[in-house]
Design a protein around this ligand. Structure first.
Ligand SMILES: Cc1cc2nc3c(=O)[nH]c(=O)nc-3n(C[C@H](O)[C@H](O)[C@H](O)COP(=O)(O)OP(=O)(O)OC[C@H]3O[C@@H](n4cnc5c(N)ncnc54)[C@H](O)[C@@H]3O)c2cc1C
Length: 297
């Protein structure tokens, strides 16, 4: 099935990045289609406290207000999973058995966290189990913290958390493959560390302890989980876009255009910081650039 409309821009993903871009392009009276499959990382954020003018807002509310605002500027919003994007002159965007066409595409499909498998994780995720120092480090201030992870970067995180938020830290690492100088630094910083794996969070309304595979229980009030994330990028696989040196994140220019002309990538899929307000800012920059290019066309 072909939607005969040639959209000025199709936006993939209704997180802060995609919604902000949609609001700008809608307010330029452009023909815009926003496609979102539902769910998403921002929707899982229970309390966002660092978004300008909102001392505390749930991610769900932020998205719902954004959808309402975009729709009020005549942005067409469709629920669906984008499975493929191609460029044959104009862009072709595939959703189920429908193909949509556009002059420009903004990808704002976000990322998803790698989470360790342990009992009760989802009960506390976003409340007292966190994954991001910039989002939720503050909420650990002065509290008994356990950090779990599997890389040297987790050691850096523990030292940073101690410097900014709390003295009371236990670090649980999956493997002992950390150089001696790091172990020494942890000792100097008075950060306890244990080589083991978590299996269960103990507690009903609040976290009381983390139970490890060895049976040991580590008392704590908050947990920081640090296992990185994956990109929601399967639908871009046929475009051969340029990535960073690690072959992971997408390279973009200052307007967030990727190595393929006309296709913009905003939010944590590019090499920038993973924050709602940053994704929104990038969405605005991409939309303003597309406005100028549509005028040139
Ligand atoms: C628990 C938690 C707490 C957080 N707290 C904060 C905080 O306090 N402050 C802060 O600034 N940031 C916070 N973040 C991070 C913030 O949510 C991200 O930086 C932000 O989501 C990035 O926005 P985005 O628009 O790029 O992507 P997202 O918000 O992830 O939105 C992407 C959208 O694209 C959709 N999508 C993905 N693939 C497809 C596809 N193939 N087809 C159609 N749709 C698709 C998804 O379903 C989703 O709706 C938090 C994240 C989590 C998980």
């Amino acid at each position: 099935m072909h939607d005969e409309t040639l959209y000025d821009c199709i936006i993939i993903g209704a997180g802060p990045g995609g919604l902000q871009a949609a609001i700008y392009l809608g307010r330029y009276n452009r023909k815009v289609l926003l496609i979102d499959r539902g769910g998403g990382r921002t929707r899982h954020a229970r309390h966002i406290e660092n978004f300008l003018t909102w001392k505390g807002i749930s991610g769900k509310q932020l998205i719902e207000l954004g959808l309402e605002q975009a729709a009020s500027f005549n942005v067409r919003i469709e629920k669906g999973l984008v499975t493929k994007v191609l460029k044959k002159g104009s862009f072709e965007v595939f959703v189920g058995d429908t193909t949509y066409h556009s002059k420009f595409v903004i990808v704002s499909s976000g990322v998803y966290d790698n989470l360790p498998s342990m009992e009760q994780l989802h009960r506390f995720l976003g409340i007292s189990l966190f994954t991001c120092i910039d989002c939720d480090g503050y909420k650990t201030t002065g509290r008994k913290l356990v950090i779990i992870g599997n890389s040297i970067k987790t050691v850096h995180l523990a030292i940073a958390m101690k410097e900014m938020f709390t003295e009371d830290i236990t670090l649980i690492l999956y493997s002992d493959k950390i150089p001696d100088e790091y172990k020494e630094e942890l000792r100097d910083e008075n950060i306890r560390f244990i080589i083991d794996r978590p299996v269960r969070i103990i507690g009903d309304d609040t976290i009381e302890a983390l139970e490890l595979k060895s049976g040991q229980r580590v008392a704590c009030e908050v947990i920081m989980s640090h296992f990185g994330f994956k990109l929601n990028d399967d639908f871009l696989s046929e475009l051969n876009l340029k990535r960073d040196r690690d072959g992971f994140k997408f390279m973009v220019n200052q307007q967030y255009e990727s190595s393929l002309s006309g296709l913009y990538i905003v939010g944590p899929l590019n090499t920038g910081t993973d924050q709602a307000v940053v994704a929104a800012g990038q969405g605005a920059v991409a939309a303003i650039d597309i406005k100028s290019r549509l005028l040139e066309l």
